[in-house]
Write a protein that binds this ligand. Structure first.
Ligand SMILES: Cc1ncc(COP(=O)(O)O)c(C=O)c1O
Length: 398
């Protein structure tokens, strides 16, 4: 069976208007980085999200690296983060000296919550990272209440949750830091790479441009000659008397031009994906062994469509094998608990008491769910899913 529905690495098709915006920026942007498109994209995103400050950057990982810089960790500081997430939600914090402490996830929503975080807090906890995985906004009001009581920094990893909202507030806006990705697979993608960092604190915001771009800054006063003593100044970004090493995390002008345009469509994309997810889930209601997280509200943007297949892991494997081998539909399994990777084991983080995260990974199926799937492909996937489940029920699928 040849591949009929890929788990595509690309999320969407661009409209002619979006393509034209890119072409226009290719023709006219000068410079091609750090110009007026970046300023406009940041401002449009800031308003879109209701954020106080927004900084475009080259990807979500860069936004997480800058966030970890701005946390100013001291030796012994701990960061609580779910084991069920993408790796770059976590390693930037470890790379800057924090010890990661893995929290569990809710078995129904598959994101973390205050009840999983609170028992892990110690006098050394400095920050909490909350990934809104799959595009579902975690219960931020209760996490923020807990963090405020304990004086902790909170990072929302909203890389998958652009435009999703809870109680009228957009993902990324509850916490000290909001991190977004415009990677190829996301509901908004700026040609494969792109990211945004939002934050509230003025002092931190003031140094982000230096952290983002090599420590370059303007001279504080007017100079007689613009080239003396140099074209621009260079300094360490400093916060609370501590120096931060800068890097170059800038996003190009063409990507920013596309981001500006795509912000006009992302809520429509979210709504279309959500409607499609709900109808797929409802059409499979006769198969309760396939446990979806059904959320028919803007709290979920259904960046991904994942389910838990009840039964032994071998049943899940048989499901994926049959969907692929017999019907050419490529489902995948995502978010290997971080503590199971050699990378984290080498950091001494091989143990984690996260039974829900382990259970979900061992039973999960993530369906192809890119926005540019056609209706006939979705109908085919639904029918094949039913046939596969029928086969498994009859004991002929394994
Ligand atoms: C939850 C999560 N965090 C972080 C990232 C990193 O974003 P990027 O790929 O833009 O660096 C991603 C996506 O790729 C993600 O899904």
């Amino acid at each position: 069976m040849h591949l009929k529905i890929n788990f595509s690495g690309r999320s969407l098709d661009y409209s002619e208007e979006e393509i034209a915006a890119v072409v226009e920026a290719m023709r006219s942007a000068d410079p091609l980085t750090q110009g007026s498109y970046q300023a406009a994209f940041q401002e449009k995103f800031r308003i879109f999200n209701g954020a106080i400050h927004a900084f475009a950057c080259m990807n979500g990982t860069a936004a997480l690296q800058m966030t970890a810089d701005l946390c100013l960790f001291q030796a012994g500081d701990e960061v609580v983060i779910p084991s069920h997430t993408f790796t770059s939600s976590a390693y930037p914090f470890a790379a800057r000296g924090a010890k990661l402490v893995f929290s569990d996830i809710d078995p129904k929503t598959r994101v973390t919550g205050a009840e999983y975080i609170e028992p892990l807090l110690t006098s050394r906890t400095r920050a909490i990272v909350v990934p809104h995985l799959y595009g579902f906004v975690a219960d931020m009001p209760s996490i923020m209440e807990l963090a405020e009581k304990r004086g902790l920094l909170v990072v929302e990893d909203a890389c998958q949750a652009i435009g999703a909202e809870l109680e009228g507030e957009k993902a990324g806006n509850f916490a000290d830091f909001g991190v977004f990705s415009f990677h190829s697979h996301k509901n908004l993608t700026t040609l494969g790479e792109g990211g945004m960092l939002t934050l509230k604190d003025e002092k931190r915001a003031a140094i982000v441009p230096l952290v983002r771009h090599n420590g370059h800054c303007a001279y504080p006063e007017d100079r007689q000659d613009y080239w003396r003593p140099a074209m621009g100044d260079l300094d360490f970004p400093e916060l609370e008397g501590r120096r931060i090493w800068p890097a170059n995390y800038c996003l190009g002008e063409v990507e920013c031009a596309l981001g500006i345009k795509m912000l006009e469509r992302v809520l429509e994309i979210n709504a279309q994906k959500r409607a499609r997810a709900i109808s797929f889930i409802d059409a499979l209601s006769g198969y309760p062994e396939l446990e979806f997280h059904r959320e028919d509200s803007p709290r979920h943007n259904y960046h991904l469509l994942a389910a838990r297949l009840d039964g032994p892991t071998s049943l899940r494997d048989a499901f994926i094998r049959r969907m692929f081998g017999e019907f050419g539909i490529k489902c995948v399994v995502q978010y290997y608990p971080l503590n199971r990777y050699p990378f984290y084991q080498k950091l001494g983080l091989g143990q984690a008491a996260c039974p829900n995260a382990d259970d979900f990974f061992d039973h999960m199926v993530s369906f192809p769910f890119q926005h540019n799937l056609r209706n006939d492909q979705c109908a085919y996937m639904l029918e094949c899913c039913k046939k596969t489940l029928d086969g498994l029920r009859a004991g002929t699928g394994a």
